[in-house]
Design a protein around this ligand. Structure first.
Ligand SMILES: NC(=O)c1ccc[n+]([C@@H]2O[C@H](COP(=O)([O-])OP(=O)(O)OC[C@H]3O[C@@H](n4cnc5c(N)ncnc54)[C@H](OP(=O)(O)O)[C@@H]3O)[C@@H](O)[C@H]2O)c1
Length: 292
Protein backbone atom coordinates (compact mmCIF):
# COMPACT_ATOMS: atom_id res chain seq x y z
CA UNK A 1 0.00 0.00 0.00
CA UNK A 2 1.41 3.39 -1.03
CA UNK A 3 1.25 5.99 1.75
CA UNK A 4 1.50 9.68 0.87
CA UNK A 5 2.56 12.39 3.31
CA UNK A 6 0.88 15.72 2.55
CA UNK A 7 2.68 18.71 4.07
CA UNK A 8 0.93 22.09 4.17
CA UNK A 9 -2.21 19.94 4.39
CA UNK A 10 -4.32 22.66 6.00
CA UNK A 11 -3.21 25.20 3.38
CA UNK A 12 -5.37 26.53 0.57
CA UNK A 13 -4.01 24.01 -1.94
CA UNK A 14 -3.18 21.27 0.58
CA UNK A 15 -6.78 20.77 1.68
CA UNK A 16 -7.72 20.04 -1.93
CA UNK A 17 -4.67 17.79 -2.41
CA UNK A 18 -5.86 15.64 0.52
CA UNK A 19 -9.38 15.49 -0.94
CA UNK A 20 -8.15 14.68 -4.46
CA UNK A 21 -5.93 11.90 -3.14
CA UNK A 22 -8.70 10.44 -0.99
CA UNK A 23 -11.14 10.58 -3.91
CA UNK A 24 -8.64 8.43 -5.83
CA UNK A 25 -8.48 5.90 -2.99
CA UNK A 26 -4.99 6.84 -1.78
CA UNK A 27 -3.75 6.37 1.78
CA UNK A 28 -3.00 9.87 3.07
CA UNK A 29 -1.09 11.06 6.12
CA UNK A 30 -1.36 14.81 6.73
CA UNK A 31 1.50 16.65 8.47
CA UNK A 32 -0.20 19.27 10.66
CA UNK A 33 0.73 21.66 13.45
CA UNK A 34 -2.64 21.57 15.18
CA UNK A 35 -4.38 18.19 14.87
CA UNK A 36 -7.66 19.39 16.43
CA UNK A 37 -8.07 22.24 13.99
CA UNK A 38 -6.89 20.03 11.12
CA UNK A 39 -9.31 17.21 11.90
CA UNK A 40 -12.26 19.49 11.24
CA UNK A 41 -10.93 20.28 7.75
CA UNK A 42 -9.35 17.01 6.65
CA UNK A 43 -12.04 14.44 7.40
CA UNK A 44 -10.70 10.97 8.02
CA UNK A 45 -7.10 11.55 6.87
CA UNK A 46 -4.49 10.14 9.26
CA UNK A 47 -2.83 13.08 11.05
CA UNK A 48 0.84 13.36 11.97
CA UNK A 49 1.38 16.22 14.41
CA UNK A 50 4.58 18.18 13.86
CA UNK A 51 6.38 21.29 12.81
CA UNK A 52 8.90 21.90 10.02
CA UNK A 53 11.17 23.36 12.72
CA UNK A 54 11.12 20.04 14.62
CA UNK A 55 13.26 17.48 12.71
CA UNK A 56 12.14 14.61 14.96
CA UNK A 57 8.49 15.24 14.09
CA UNK A 58 9.37 15.14 10.38
CA UNK A 59 11.22 11.85 10.74
CA UNK A 60 8.27 10.32 12.64
CA UNK A 61 5.79 11.59 10.07
CA UNK A 62 7.85 10.08 7.24
CA UNK A 63 8.01 6.65 8.86
CA UNK A 64 6.27 4.23 6.47
CA UNK A 65 5.75 6.92 3.84
CA UNK A 66 6.48 6.32 0.14
CA UNK A 67 5.65 9.67 -1.47
CA UNK A 68 5.50 13.30 -0.34
CA UNK A 69 3.61 16.45 -1.36
CA UNK A 70 5.77 19.43 -0.40
CA UNK A 71 4.35 22.85 0.44
CA UNK A 72 5.30 25.17 3.28
CA UNK A 73 3.96 28.68 3.77
CA UNK A 74 5.65 31.52 1.89
CA UNK A 75 7.84 33.59 4.19
CA UNK A 76 11.44 33.99 5.33
CA UNK A 77 11.47 30.44 6.82
CA UNK A 78 10.21 28.79 3.63
CA UNK A 79 13.56 27.64 2.27
CA UNK A 80 14.62 26.23 5.65
CA UNK A 81 11.25 24.50 6.10
CA UNK A 82 11.07 22.85 2.68
CA UNK A 83 14.77 21.99 2.74
CA UNK A 84 14.19 20.16 6.05
CA UNK A 85 11.43 18.07 4.45
CA UNK A 86 13.61 17.30 1.40
CA UNK A 87 16.49 16.23 3.67
CA UNK A 88 14.28 13.99 5.81
CA UNK A 89 12.59 12.51 2.72
CA UNK A 90 15.98 11.77 1.12
CA UNK A 91 17.17 10.14 4.36
CA UNK A 92 14.03 8.02 4.42
CA UNK A 93 14.52 7.17 0.71
CA UNK A 94 11.01 8.08 -0.41
CA UNK A 95 10.26 7.05 -3.99
CA UNK A 96 8.78 10.40 -5.13
CA UNK A 97 8.31 14.00 -3.99
CA UNK A 98 5.95 16.46 -5.67
CA UNK A 99 6.86 20.09 -4.96
CA UNK A 100 4.41 22.96 -5.29
CA UNK A 101 6.58 25.71 -6.79
CA UNK A 102 5.63 28.75 -8.87
CA UNK A 103 5.98 29.91 -12.45
CA UNK A 104 9.09 32.16 -12.68
CA UNK A 105 10.81 30.30 -9.82
CA UNK A 106 14.45 31.39 -10.02
CA UNK A 107 17.18 31.61 -7.35
CA UNK A 108 18.21 34.94 -8.92
CA UNK A 109 14.69 36.44 -8.90
CA UNK A 110 14.16 39.84 -7.27
CA UNK A 111 10.72 38.62 -6.12
CA UNK A 112 11.04 36.92 -2.71
CA UNK A 113 8.72 33.94 -3.21
CA UNK A 114 10.04 33.19 -6.72
CA UNK A 115 13.59 33.33 -5.33
CA UNK A 116 12.71 30.98 -2.45
CA UNK A 117 11.11 28.49 -4.86
CA UNK A 118 14.17 28.68 -7.12
CA UNK A 119 16.50 27.93 -4.21
CA UNK A 120 14.33 25.01 -3.03
CA UNK A 121 14.09 23.56 -6.56
CA UNK A 122 17.90 23.70 -6.82
CA UNK A 123 18.21 21.90 -3.47
CA UNK A 124 15.68 19.30 -4.57
CA UNK A 125 17.69 18.60 -7.73
CA UNK A 126 20.87 18.26 -5.65
CA UNK A 127 19.13 15.81 -3.30
CA UNK A 128 18.73 13.28 -6.11
CA UNK A 129 15.16 12.48 -5.01
CA UNK A 130 12.83 11.46 -7.85
CA UNK A 131 10.73 14.61 -8.02
CA UNK A 132 7.97 16.41 -9.89
CA UNK A 133 7.89 20.20 -9.86
CA UNK A 134 4.57 21.97 -10.33
CA UNK A 135 4.90 25.63 -11.31
CA UNK A 136 1.45 27.21 -11.31
CA UNK A 137 0.69 30.66 -12.69
CA UNK A 138 -1.27 33.32 -10.76
CA UNK A 139 -3.99 31.71 -8.58
CA UNK A 140 -7.62 32.79 -9.24
CA UNK A 141 -8.07 32.73 -5.46
CA UNK A 142 -5.73 35.77 -5.24
CA UNK A 143 -8.81 37.70 -6.39
CA UNK A 144 -10.40 36.91 -3.01
CA UNK A 145 -7.95 39.43 -1.45
CA UNK A 146 -9.92 42.22 -3.16
CA UNK A 147 -13.36 40.56 -3.02
CA UNK A 148 -14.67 42.85 -0.27
CA UNK A 149 -13.57 45.92 -2.24
CA UNK A 150 -15.31 44.62 -5.36
CA UNK A 151 -18.48 43.97 -3.36
CA UNK A 152 -18.40 47.48 -1.84
CA UNK A 153 -17.37 49.54 -4.87
CA UNK A 154 -18.34 47.43 -7.88
CA UNK A 155 -14.79 48.00 -9.12
CA UNK A 156 -11.87 45.62 -9.55
CA UNK A 157 -8.68 47.68 -9.30
CA UNK A 158 -5.30 46.27 -10.40
CA UNK A 159 -2.08 47.46 -12.07
CA UNK A 160 -2.09 45.06 -15.06
CA UNK A 161 -1.81 47.55 -17.96
CA UNK A 162 -4.52 45.47 -19.60
CA UNK A 163 -2.21 42.47 -20.01
CA UNK A 164 -3.79 39.01 -19.82
CA UNK A 165 -3.06 36.41 -17.17
CA UNK A 166 -3.47 32.65 -17.68
CA UNK A 167 -4.69 32.36 -14.09
CA UNK A 168 -5.42 28.97 -12.56
CA UNK A 169 -7.96 27.54 -10.13
CA UNK A 170 -6.17 25.96 -7.15
CA UNK A 171 -8.46 22.94 -7.42
CA UNK A 172 -6.69 22.13 -10.70
CA UNK A 173 -3.29 22.59 -9.04
CA UNK A 174 -4.38 20.07 -6.40
CA UNK A 175 -5.68 17.62 -9.00
CA UNK A 176 -2.35 17.83 -10.86
CA UNK A 177 -0.52 17.20 -7.58
CA UNK A 178 -2.67 14.15 -6.79
CA UNK A 179 -2.20 12.60 -10.24
CA UNK A 180 1.57 13.16 -10.31
CA UNK A 181 1.83 11.67 -6.82
CA UNK A 182 -0.18 8.57 -7.75
CA UNK A 183 0.55 7.83 -11.40
CA UNK A 184 3.87 6.87 -12.92
CA UNK A 185 5.66 8.67 -15.73
CA UNK A 186 5.97 12.13 -14.16
CA UNK A 187 9.22 11.88 -12.17
CA UNK A 188 11.83 14.36 -13.39
CA UNK A 189 9.22 16.58 -15.04
CA UNK A 190 8.54 20.27 -14.39
CA UNK A 191 5.05 21.42 -15.31
CA UNK A 192 3.82 24.98 -15.94
CA UNK A 193 0.20 24.89 -14.74
CA UNK A 194 -2.21 27.52 -16.07
CA UNK A 195 -5.90 28.04 -16.63
CA UNK A 196 -7.39 27.30 -20.04
CA UNK A 197 -6.63 30.73 -21.58
CA UNK A 198 -4.99 34.05 -20.77
CA UNK A 199 -7.67 36.53 -19.65
CA UNK A 200 -7.62 40.23 -18.87
CA UNK A 201 -8.85 41.64 -15.57
CA UNK A 202 -11.65 43.30 -17.57
CA UNK A 203 -12.76 39.77 -18.49
CA UNK A 204 -12.49 38.78 -14.82
CA UNK A 205 -14.73 41.73 -13.90
CA UNK A 206 -17.24 40.68 -16.57
CA UNK A 207 -17.31 37.12 -15.17
CA UNK A 208 -17.83 38.46 -11.63
CA UNK A 209 -20.66 40.69 -12.88
CA UNK A 210 -22.46 37.70 -14.42
CA UNK A 211 -21.89 35.53 -11.34
CA UNK A 212 -22.94 38.14 -8.76
CA UNK A 213 -25.70 39.83 -10.75
CA UNK A 214 -24.21 43.19 -9.65
CA UNK A 215 -22.25 45.59 -11.87
CA UNK A 216 -18.46 45.09 -11.75
CA UNK A 217 -16.03 47.17 -13.82
CA UNK A 218 -12.28 46.96 -14.12
CA UNK A 219 -10.16 50.03 -13.33
CA UNK A 220 -6.51 49.87 -14.30
CA UNK A 221 -4.00 51.41 -11.88
CA UNK A 222 -0.55 52.65 -12.74
CA UNK A 223 2.38 51.17 -10.81
CA UNK A 224 2.60 54.44 -8.82
CA UNK A 225 -1.12 54.37 -7.96
CA UNK A 226 -0.91 50.74 -6.86
CA UNK A 227 2.22 51.02 -4.68
CA UNK A 228 0.51 52.60 -1.62
CA UNK A 229 -2.22 49.95 -1.79
CA UNK A 230 0.36 47.17 -1.40
CA UNK A 231 2.47 49.07 1.13
CA UNK A 232 -0.53 50.20 3.19
CA UNK A 233 -2.33 46.85 3.32
CA UNK A 234 -0.69 45.78 6.59
CA UNK A 235 1.21 42.98 4.84
CA UNK A 236 4.74 41.86 5.79
CA UNK A 237 7.30 43.85 3.75
CA UNK A 238 8.38 40.80 1.74
CA UNK A 239 4.75 40.06 0.74
CA UNK A 240 3.99 43.65 -0.26
CA UNK A 241 7.18 43.62 -2.36
CA UNK A 242 6.34 40.23 -3.85
CA UNK A 243 2.77 41.20 -4.81
CA UNK A 244 3.92 44.46 -6.38
CA UNK A 245 6.55 42.45 -8.28
CA UNK A 246 3.97 39.91 -9.48
CA UNK A 247 1.98 42.72 -11.12
CA UNK A 248 5.23 43.91 -12.72
CA UNK A 249 5.61 40.42 -14.20
CA UNK A 250 1.99 40.59 -15.41
CA UNK A 251 2.60 43.99 -17.06
CA UNK A 252 5.68 42.52 -18.78
CA UNK A 253 3.52 39.72 -20.24
CA UNK A 254 4.97 37.04 -17.95
CA UNK A 255 1.66 35.21 -17.50
CA UNK A 256 0.17 35.72 -20.94
CA UNK A 257 0.63 32.16 -22.18
CA UNK A 258 -1.64 29.21 -21.39
CA UNK A 259 -0.25 25.68 -21.35
CA UNK A 260 -2.05 22.37 -21.76
CA UNK A 261 -0.30 20.82 -18.75
CA UNK A 262 -3.41 20.53 -16.54
CA UNK A 263 -5.22 18.58 -19.25
CA UNK A 264 -2.12 16.52 -20.03
CA UNK A 265 -1.80 15.49 -16.37
CA UNK A 266 -5.43 15.18 -15.25
CA UNK A 267 -7.13 14.33 -18.54
CA UNK A 268 -9.59 17.22 -17.96
CA UNK A 269 -9.50 20.82 -19.16
CA UNK A 270 -8.51 23.42 -16.55
CA UNK A 271 -11.40 25.29 -14.89
CA UNK A 272 -12.10 28.73 -16.34
CA UNK A 273 -12.91 32.05 -14.68
CA UNK A 274 -16.66 31.53 -15.20
CA UNK A 275 -16.59 28.47 -12.97
CA UNK A 276 -14.43 30.23 -10.34
CA UNK A 277 -16.71 33.30 -10.34
CA UNK A 278 -19.80 31.10 -9.95
CA UNK A 279 -18.32 29.09 -7.06
CA UNK A 280 -17.02 32.16 -5.18
CA UNK A 281 -19.77 34.63 -6.14
CA UNK A 282 -20.87 35.20 -2.53
CA UNK A 283 -17.50 36.72 -1.59
CA UNK A 284 -17.81 39.35 -4.36
CA UNK A 285 -21.51 40.09 -3.84
CA UNK A 286 -22.69 43.28 -2.08
CA UNK A 287 -24.25 42.43 1.31
CA UNK A 288 -27.47 44.19 0.29
CA UNK A 289 -27.87 41.85 -2.65
CA UNK A 290 -27.32 38.82 -0.40
CA UNK A 291 -29.99 39.84 2.12
CA UNK A 292 -32.69 40.82 -0.39
N1 LIG B 1 -0.85 32.81 -4.90
C1 LIG B 1 -0.38 32.52 -6.11
O1 LIG B 1 -0.77 33.13 -7.13
C2 LIG B 1 0.63 31.41 -6.27
C3 LIG B 1 1.02 31.06 -7.56
C4 LIG B 1 1.95 30.03 -7.72
C5 LIG B 1 2.46 29.38 -6.62
N2 LIG B 1 2.06 29.74 -5.38
C6 LIG B 1 2.66 29.04 -4.25
O2 LIG B 1 1.69 28.27 -3.57
C7 LIG B 1 2.17 28.03 -2.24
C8 LIG B 1 1.07 28.29 -1.23
O3 LIG B 1 0.25 27.18 -1.15
P1 LIG B 1 -1.00 27.26 -0.18
O4 LIG B 1 -1.78 28.49 -0.54
O5 LIG B 1 -1.65 25.94 -0.18
O6 LIG B 1 -0.27 27.51 1.22
P2 LIG B 1 -0.85 28.16 2.54
O7 LIG B 1 -2.34 28.29 2.44
O8 LIG B 1 -0.03 29.36 2.85
O9 LIG B 1 -0.55 27.02 3.61
C9 LIG B 1 0.68 26.87 4.24
C10 LIG B 1 0.67 25.56 5.00
O10 LIG B 1 1.91 25.40 5.66
C11 LIG B 1 1.65 25.01 7.01
N3 LIG B 1 2.73 25.49 7.87
C12 LIG B 1 3.16 26.76 8.06
N4 LIG B 1 4.19 26.79 8.92
C13 LIG B 1 4.41 25.50 9.30
C14 LIG B 1 5.33 24.88 10.18
N5 LIG B 1 6.25 25.60 10.84
N6 LIG B 1 5.29 23.54 10.32
C15 LIG B 1 4.36 22.81 9.65
N7 LIG B 1 3.45 23.33 8.81
C16 LIG B 1 3.48 24.67 8.64
C17 LIG B 1 0.34 25.71 7.35
O11 LIG B 1 -0.23 25.07 8.48
P3 LIG B 1 -1.15 25.85 9.57
O12 LIG B 1 -2.58 25.55 9.15
O13 LIG B 1 -0.78 25.21 10.85
O14 LIG B 1 -0.81 27.31 9.49
C18 LIG B 1 -0.44 25.46 6.06
O15 LIG B 1 -0.96 24.14 6.03
C19 LIG B 1 3.30 28.99 -2.00
O16 LIG B 1 4.53 28.30 -2.04
C20 LIG B 1 3.19 29.96 -3.18
O17 LIG B 1 4.43 30.53 -3.53
C21 LIG B 1 1.15 30.72 -5.17
Amino acid sequence: MTRILVTGATGAVGVHVVRELQARGATVRAFVRNPEAAAARLGDAELAAGDFDDPGSLRRALDGVDRVYLCAADGPRKVAHETAVIGAAAERGVERLVKLSAMHADPASALPAYRWHGEIEAGLRRSGLPAVILRPAFFMTNLLMVAEGVAHTGTLYAPTAGRPVAMIDIRDVAAAAAVTLLEDGHAGRTYDLTGPAPITFAQVAAALEVATGAPVRYADLTEEQARPRFEGAGLPDWLAAHLAGVFGVIRAGGFDRATDDVREITGRPARDITSFARDFAAAFTPATALTT
